[in-house]
Ligand binder design. Structure first.
Ligand SMILES: Nc1nc2c(ncn2[C@@H]2O[C@H](COP(=O)(O)OP(=O)(O)OP(=O)(O)O)[C@@H](O)[C@H]2O)c(=O)[nH]1
Ligand SMILES: Nc1nc2c(ncn2[C@@H]2O[C@H](COP(=O)(O)OP(=O)(O)OP(=O)(O)O)[C@@H](O)[C@H]2O)c(=O)[nH]1
Length: 447
């Protein structure tokens, strides 16, 4: 049984064996979370999947790292090594139509080195008849259990997914943790100072601390009580840097840390004050946004910029420029080394958390909606004035509101943005993401 919330399942295999096809089949049933945010780099090669109430993060390693200059066999070997190192479960895909290849032998050998669960999957077996014809030769590999599959036509798919979810433990229910816990996860590139930051927070505040192990394989969660509040600090894994695979592992570690996103309320993203914001930072931020998480940006190692006003300003405006859509996220300059700025963090976490979980009475929301419409008339759509009838809150974390309209299709981006800003201002939600969902009153359809 694979423990922990949301293990990482890596899909490996030679080019063209059907990894993308399988990835799409597994992930496509998932309903879209939020509209894509402009400017955010989206990586289509990983996704969170829930099957039978079990959740995991699926990673298509082929997509992560396609370097055409890599020799084929070398490439798959590296992929397998990285997967052994970083993934919790491995799906090794082979091509039933092509038959067993030397690379398959080699990968099977590599995979024998780990005790992690491995699914040896023979793809492109599109029917029971083909199973009889194509599968037999793969037993030469000496693998007891082979899974035959048609990623394209779904033969064998359900069995594979059931097999996979059978070895994943259900969501842990946080037994023994206090209620109303603020879950704060720290993200950032290797070496940005995540561990130093958490240590600094713990040392600085001399708080009641206890370690909760095993929630995620490589991360240690720390429960602490500060004032009358309880916090769970989640440190995302540091990676082991090893020779040539460093780059690859770095990508893996980012993906894996994404599993932590699923269990936090607030994602604290550390940016290296010396290096500035990187593409990997914007990727993690994008993913946090898609998951509707509250965000706090910490520009760490600020001590290294001490006295350099020009560089400081440059850096902050760079952050603003790179993340224009992120106006709501507080940005703090800090130093885990000297302790500069750390005292400001808790009040910010507190106010972000309160906003993130806020609940509003329907009457106040409707008043706000009416005022917003009076101040700025809705546009005309298909010769009719757009109407907004009423609104109510349908969720928190982040706050979500539904607004009933006569034509949700007519609510263009600019008016949507206007209403979002009005809701933010009117409800005091300036530090968190919020979602407005428009629905047609008559048909109950909408976005
Ligand atoms: N007959 C059959 N064809 C399949 C199946 N799965 C994938 N294919 C085909 O195999 C080809 C390669 O599939 P991809 O999913 O792109 O393979 P990949 O492993 O992601 O390839 P790379 O992106 O190069 O790593 C495509 O033409 C698919 O249509 C299957 O189950 N049956
Ligand atoms: N000058 C300066 N150095 C810092 C600061 N914070 C961390 N460092 C240094 O940066 C290095 C990396 O810090 P870690 O806390 O290990 O970074 P991490 O993000 O946990 O790294 P991984 O475990 O690799 O993910 C260490 O040498 C720290 O001493 C800071 O605010 N200022």
């Amino acid at each position: 049984m694979v423990q922990g919330n949301c293990p990482m399942v890596a899909l490996i295999g030679r080019p063209n064996v059907g990894k993308s096809t399988l990835f799409n089949r597994i992930t496509k049933s998932r309903k879209a979370l939020v509209d894509p945010t402009p400017g955010v780099t989206r990586d289509r090669h990983y996704d969170r999947v829930t099957w039978d109430n079990k959740s995991f993060v699926l990673v298509d390693t082929g997509g992560i790292d396609d370097n055409p200059e890599d020799l084929l066999v070398g490439h798959i070997r590296e992929q397998a090594l990285a997967a052994i190192e970083e993934a919790d479960i491995i799906l090794f895909l082979m091509d039933g139509r092509e038959g067993v290849t030397p690379a398959d032998y080699e990968v099977v050998e590599i995979l024998r080195r780990t005790r992690k669960p491995i699914f040896h999957v023979v793809n492109k077996i599109d029917s029971p008849k083909q199973e009889v014809e194509l599968l037999a030769q793969f037993y030469e590999l000496g693998i007891e259990k082979l899974w035959s599959l048609s990623a394209e036509h779904s033969f064998g798919f359900r069995d594979l997914m059931d097999g996979l979810s059978a070895i994943i433990e259900g969501e842990s229910d946080d037994e023994g943790l206090p209620e109303d816990l603020m879950r704060v996860a720290f993200f950032g590139r290797p070496n940005v100072g995540k561990s130093s930051m958490i240590n600094r927070i713990l040392g600085e505040e001399r708080m009641v601390v206890s370690e909760i192990s095993g929630t995620t394989r490589d991360s240690v969660d720390t429960l602490l009580t500060h004032g009358k509040y309880n916090y769970l600090l989640i440190d995302t894994a540091g990676i082991r840097r090893k020779g040539k695979t460093k780059e690859k592992l770095e990508k893996f570690s980012i993906l894996k840390s994404l599993a932590a996103l699923n269990k936090c309320d607030i994602a604290v993203i550390l940016i290296d004050g010396e290096e500035g914001i990187t593409e990997q930072d914007t990727k993690v931020i994008g993913y946090a946004l898609e998951h509707g998480r509250a965000l706090i940006i910490l520009v760490n190692k600020w001590d290294l910029l001490e006295g350099d006003k020009k560089r400081q300003q440059q850096l902050l405006s760079e952050v603003g420029r790179q993340l224009p859509f992120l106006g709501f996220a507080p940005v703090l300059t800090v130093s885990a080394k000297t302790g500069y700025g750390i005292k400001r963090l808790f009040p910010v976490i507190g106010s972000v958390y309160r906003q993130y979980r806020a609940v509003f009475p329907t009457s106040a929301l409707n008043r706000l909606l009416r005022e917003a419409i009076e101040n700025h008339s809705p546009p005309i759509y298909k010769n009719k004035r757009l109407k907004f009838y009423y609104t109510s809150q349908i969720g928190t974390s982040p706050p979500r509101f539904v607004i009933m309209t006569n034509s949700y299709k007519g609510v263009h981006f600019s008016y949507q943005r206007y209403l979002t800003n009005k809701f933010r201002e009117g409800l005091g939600l300036e530090k968190v993401p919020i979602q407005l969902i428009f629905k047609d009153k008559s048909s109950q359809r909408g976005t």
